[in-house]
Design a binder for this molecule. Structure first.
Ligand code: CA2
Length: 146
C-alpha cells in the first residue's frame, strides 16, 4: 500500500467552524473523505493537522521512509517557515502545495510562500478540490514511477 501524507498547519483544525466566507463550511474530516475517495486501489491517505511547526517537521522527517508524496497546506507557516521548507527539501518524493483560498487575491503577505520554493505543484483557490487535485497528481506520479 502506498501512503500519501496530507499535512495541515495551524488553525486548519477550525476548517468549517470559523470564517466560512473564506474557507467554506466543510471540515478536515470532509477533506479526508474526499481524498480517500480519490485514491485508487493500492493507495491510502494519512491526513494530519498540527498547530506546532516542530510537529509538522517531525512528520515530514518520518514520511521520508513511509510515503510516496505529500500534499501540504502549511497554513500561515507557508509565509514564514524556512524550517518547514528545509524539512521538505530533505524529502525526495513529490510535494504538492495547496491553499483553499486564492492567496494571490488576498493580503500581500500571503503572496510569499517558502513552500513553493520546494513544491512540485502549487494549487490555490479551488477550495477542497485543491487537496483532491494534489492527491491525483501524486498518484499519477507514483504510478509513472516518479
Ligand atoms: O487558503 C489557505 O488554505 C491558507 O493556507 C489558510 C491559512 C492562511 O494563513 C493562508 O494564508 C492561506 C489560514 C488557515 C486559517 O485556518 C482557518 C480555517 C478555517 C477557519 C478559520 C481558520
Amino acid at each position: 500500500m502506498k501512503t500519501i501524507l496530507i499535512l495541515n498547519g495551524p488553525n486548519l483544525n477550525l476548517l468549517g467552524k470559523r470564517q466560512p466566507q473564506i474557507y467554506g463550511h466543510e471540515t478536515l474530516d470532509d477533506v479526508a473523505r474526499l481524498c480517500r475517495d480519490a485514491c485508487p486501489e493500492g493507495f491510502e491517505v494519512d491526513l494530519r493537522q498540527s498547530n506546532h511547526e516542530g510537529e509538522l517537521i517531525d512528520w515530514i522527517h518520518a514520511a521520508r521512509e513511509t510515503t510516496c508524496g505529500i500534499v501540504i497546506n502549511a497554513g500561515a507557516y507557508t509565509h514564514t517557515s524556512i524550517a518547514i521548507m528545509d524539512a521538505l527539501n530533505t524529502y525526495e518524493p513529490p510535494v504538492i502545495e495547496v491553499h483553499i483560498s486564492q492567496v494571490h487575491k488576498r493580503e500581500p503577505f500571503r503572496h510569499l510562500s517558502y513552500i513553493s520554493a520546494r513544491a512540485d505543484g502549487v494549487i490555490a483557490g479551488l477550495g477542497l478540490d485543491g487537496y483532491v487535485a494534489g492527491v491525483r497528481r501524486i498518484v499519477a506520479l507514483a504510478q509513472a514511477g516518479a
